[in-house]
Design a protein around this ligand. Sequence first.
Ligand code: ADE
Length: 290
Amino acid sequence: MRPNILVAIICISVITLCISCSSVFLGANAEPTTAILGAFHKEVMMLEEQLTDKQQQQIEGMRFVTGKLKGKSVVVAWTGIGKVNAAMTTTLLIEHFRPSEIIFSGIAGGVNPKLAPGDIVIAAETAHHDMGILQEDGFYNRGVINPLDGFRNPVFLPADKRLLKLAEKAAEQVELEKIKTTVGERSPKIIKGIIVTGDVFVASPAKCKELRDMLNADAVEMEGAAVAQICYQRRIPHLVVRSISDKADKTARMDSMMFQEMAAKNSAALIAKITELLSSDLPVEKATKK
Ligand code: ADE
């Protein structure tokens, strides 16, 4: 082989090695990313609009937007409605972005009679309300076996303690718009509570009573516990935040149309504040079993 060809081969090999080493090196040192999910576009639109260094990509047909929110690296996506869509998007997101935590933002039906449209529930726990055993004497909520470790999941999936604390701090600091009612204006309430999830839009006072009696639910929606279950099984810290769009009663469908924008905005405002606090916060703890 002529010496100049040999030199060229060596140069190309060294350059290739440098490029692969630098990508491994950069990957190892990349800033941890926080994933922010919503079920439909309106639920994450307000957060997406605030991103800087915004970049979009399609993975398996789903759209993921990366960028910086309040100085923090985030990836934002909407999952589609229901537990299967939420699980599909969450899994894709985990495999491609390896987020350090996952936060879900959106709207919900209020089951706790003290809640009204615009109020916010920070889920200390989420539960599937449609997962369990149906016997002759009634329905019993029960978690499924986690295929990753063979242990049964709890009915109530706990939120990450650190994210919960940050959310409570954010709740004290966030400025939400006042809600106009027929008798004047009121400030939205923010509570820590239980959010239940099922593949059904609830517009039934009887179902509301059942969810309250059986699971002590404050709000009902269609994705939270699916995301929480994946995070629990994969040991990824998570948090679900929902703002009330309706009271899951006879007028729920109409109310949800009317109040979804305001509710989505309130939930997104709290998420933005949580993200801001995340940048200046304690080190990440792994999600723990209860
Ligand atoms: N999301 C918003 N309102 C809801 C309801 N009433 N039931 C289920 N999911 C909801």
